[in-house]
Design a protein around this ligand. Structure first.
Ligand code: EPS
Length: 381
């Protein structure tokens, strides 16, 4: 079974990930992963930290001569900011008092995490609750992304909403044209301008903004996931993967919430036959029916709440004195929706890879290649 773990504090020496269950023989390079890491660092609305970091991955195991070995793959990304935090974050001799956090930020993990783990210093929570961890996830999941790309799948994302400003619907061509060079990974230049203004305004007000991004996976073979048991349903697994990203509060598959307000005749995708193959004129289901991929594009949306750290902080309580106090202000981003979209691509790619390996099995790429070929012949994809 394909799986991964991540470790590392935001201001610790490094982030680490282990990917286990990847078949042997997949070509993978640090350059490929670094490209994804660089994309995650982009996006209008990011804070000062992204000027410090330049995320680069190092392999410590599982890869030899740019090919996976089938053994666990260890990936490491150094935190450049560690130099500035060594004294306060050191594993044995940290000066904890000078950076102690005792006023929790509403919306952050500070309070709940400190109650659960019994910390009187909420830095012990925020260091791990931080979205810095997503760098490790992008690194780990990029290996899986490489696998599904090898089998012809294409992963894309774009930002469709920042705050209350929505982008117009876009075609694949429009997204290809605009998204790669867009500061917000948005396909609608007019909406994007308004979104950037809204981010500037939020910054001025000491506030933060959330938004919505869409993930599209092309050329996913039909038959991934299963209807036979709840924990094998592909939509539930993809939704879980997206919800596991820091600050994600809602996920839609295909038409999503809109389907609830639309009659069935305008929700379900008709099935036709052109004499050679079955086809669907629409894809409102987002490529998944009964928890199984149906051969159409997988289309998912995720809603991100505004970042919890506000430069004009909300009322809270100082847990040392139990007196009212303004929440702690930690350096942060104003809006990180574009970065979250890149993380979304990564975690979705990982789940697709996992379902793909469950379906086709195989310990090396050659076995997988052959099995997919036979399957495609059988189902005439
Ligand atoms: C984050 C706060 C900021 C962000 C960080 C997530 O970090 P810092 O406190 O060091 O300024 O920049 O995101 C990253 C470091 C990253 O790589 O995405 C938070 O509190 O979640």
């Amino acid at each position: 079974m394909l799986r991964y773990l991540t470790a590392g504090e935001s201001h610790g020496p490094a982030l680490t990930a282990i990917v286990e269950g990847m078949p042997a023989g997949l070509e993978i390079t640090t350059e490929y992963i670094n490209k994804q890491l660089a994309r995650r660092q982009m996006g209008y609305g990011r804070g000062g930290r992204m000027r410090i970091e330049e995320d680069q991955v190092t392999f410590f195991s599982g890869v030899r001569n740019s090919k996976t070995l089938g053994s666990p793959i260890t990936l490491m990304i150094s935190n450049r900011d560690w130099e500035n935090w060594k004294a306060y974050m050191h594993a044995e001799t940290a000066a904890v008092e000078s950076r102690r956090v005792h006023v929790p930020r509403p919306g952050h993990g500070d309070l709940a995490g400190s109650i659960k783990y019994g910390h009187s210093d909420m830095r012990n929570v925020l260091e791990r609750a931080s979205a810095r961890e997503t760098a490790a996830r992008v690194a780990a999941c990029s290996v899986a992304r490489r696998l599904i790309e090898h089998f012809g799948m294409v992963v894309e994302s774009h930002v469709v909403q920042i705050g209350s400003i929505q982008a117009a619907e876009s075609s694949y061509e429009e997204r290809q044209q605009h998204v790669p060079s867009s500061p917000l990974f948005c396909a609608d230049p007019t909406a994007e301008e308004a979104m950037m203004k809204a981010i500037d305004q939020a910054k001025e007000n000491g506030d933060s903004l959330g938004g919505v991004f869409e993930i599209i996976i092309h050329h996913v073979p039909a038959g991934l996931g299963s209807h036979v048991h709840w924990d094998r349903r592909l939509d539930s697994r993809l939704a879980g993967a997206l919800m596991s990203i820091q600050a994600i509060k809602g996920v839609e598959v295909g038409l999503g919430f809109q389907a609830a307000a639309t009659p069935g005749s305008r929700v379900h995708d008709e099935i036709h036959y052109d004499g050679k193959r079955l086809y669907r004129p629409t894809n409102r289901a987002g490529g998944i029916e009964a928890g199984i991929s149906n051969g159409e594009n997988i289309v998912l949306r995720a809603a991100m709440k505004p970042i919890a750290t506000l430069y004009r902080p909300l009322p809270s309580v100082d847990l040392d004195t139990m007196q009212s106090a303004r929440a702690t202000v930690e350096r942060s981003d104003i809006c990180a929706v574009p970065a979250a979209a890149v993380v979304g691509e990564a975690v979705v790619a990982f789940e697709i890879a996992r379902a793909f390996l469950e379906k086709f099995g195989g310990d090396n790429l050659q076995e997988l290649d052959e099995r997919l070929k036979i399957y495609r012949r059988q189902v005439q994809e």
